[in-house]
Design a protein around this ligand. Structure first.
Ligand code: FES
Length: 196
């Protein structure tokens, strides 16, 4: 496996170079090491999260091909996963990605009003990013927290029992954090790679 890391440590295509930092590469090795030999595909989701954070917040075909080489799987296997899960972004996104649940239980608890309120508050439609690059607004299917509806996720954080007032507070807080570096609590790489 280490030969594969060295072979795929740097990936070049179309004049662009992609390379995980040594720290991320170390984390990736640790994650892959959790699975039996030849089952490194099991590490795909956390590795995609690490790549997304390290390479500017979204994925493209070159990055996915790089990961395919690193994990020794076919590129299509990476594309299938990256295009299936809404947590992976194939287009540029804002610093804060707001994903609000649009499935029945949330809608029946006022989720549709929260969606409309967020559109109005942010001044954008679903799928768009604010002009200042801070917020991308998405609707997603069940976030698995139906008992706390309506629910939304902002990057890695869940916000439950939403009201217009709580949304105001969340957006205000995020705006104050806008110029701060992303905290480790807000990074998938930290969540997937628990420190020993
Ligand atoms: S329906 Fe919204 S979290 Fe399940």
């Amino acid at each position: 496996m280490s030969e594969n890391y060295n072979k795929h440590k740097i990936y070049e295509r179309n004049g662009k170079t992609y390379a995980f930092s040594d720290a991320s590469l170390q984390r990736i090795k640790e994650i892959i090491g959790r699975y039996p030999e030849a089952k490194q595909k099991s590490a795909l989701i956390p590795v995609l999260h690490i790549a997304q954070e390290e390479f500017g917040g979204s994925l493209n075909a070159d990055i996915m091909d790089y990961i395919a080489g690193l994990l020794n799987v076919k590129p299509i296997e990476v594309y299938e996963v990256a295009t299936f899960y809404t947590q992976f972004y194939l287009d540029k996104v804002g610093k804060f990605v707001i994903e609000i649940c649009q499935t029945g239980p949330c809608l029946s608890c006022g989720g549709d009003d929260m969606i409309d309120y967020l559109k109005e508050k942010l001044g954008i439609d679903v799928g768009e990013t604010t002009a200042d690059g801070l917020f991308t607004f998405k609707t997603v299917e069940c976030l698995g927290a139906c008992g706390y509806a309506p629910v939304m996720q902002v990057n890695t954080c869940f916000h439950q029992n939403l009201t217009k007032e709580s949304i105001d507070n969340i957006i205000d807080l995020l705006r104050t954090q806008a110029n701060e570096p992303k905290s480790n609590d807000d990074k998938w790489v930290e969540k997937f790679c628990l420190k020993k």
